[in-house]
Design a protein around this ligand. Sequence first.
Ligand code: ADP
Ligand code: AMP
Length: 219
Amino acid sequence: MNLLLLGPPGAGKGTQAQHLMACYDIPQLSTGEMLRAAVAEGSDLGKQAKVIMEAGNLVPDDLMINLISDRIGQDDCANGFILDGFPRTTAQAAALDTMLGERNLSLDKVISITVDEEALVERIIGRFSCADCGAGYHDEFQKPRTEGECDKCGGGNFTRREDDNRETVKSRLKTYHEQTAPILPHYEADGRLIEVDGMAEISVVTDNILMLLEDGRGD
Ligand code: ADP
Ligand code: AMP
């Protein structure tokens, strides 16, 4: 199963990807995570990406296309993958079609998660994650079961993203509307797009996605 999660920053793509990974046993390919790892490593890509990410802008298409093309070719993607954060421009969407076509692959479904703008800001400002295993949390909407302890790995170190601040959020949302939202019609046109109400509770969103995916399997 090859899936693409689309939606503005904070819509819940990463959160839902975690559930879909477990359900279908396929990896999440998050370009944001890959870039944050490159920044932490201090690689050339990381050095280039750092300033761009802090400003809430997009890393150049050619760098992103190479990054995802290499990743899709890795062994763990043999049974499928969940794209999260790529494509983000019409050029990236076109390049994705080409790279999948060259491998005789296609996207089974494109899941668009919709969320009100004010809710997005609250979600992003309250987001944190486990520094050890990466599990995602929220100050209000998804607290660890035991305060200060990760549900998944039991670790006690948590971290917040540098770009999850009110200033950067504004430019990330603007970037989304200007450069990413225009790719939606590309997927709408051929019937692969399914829209999910991301305002519902996390578990309800997951159930709705799974239901829509299973419906599609009978086609
Ligand atoms: P994205 O990957 O789309 O940027 P995340 O999955 O990281 O978004 O979610 C952003 C924040 O919102 C996280 O802190 C997460 O816990 C929280 N969140 C995700 N889905 C929901 C939801 N349906 N309701 C409330 N909070 C949510
Ligand atoms: P995310 O974790 O998806 O919110 O991404 C964090 C940041 O990484 C974005 O604000 C961009 O600066 C950068 N980024 C992630 N994916 C892409 C992409 N496909 N194209 C360009 N920039 C990206």
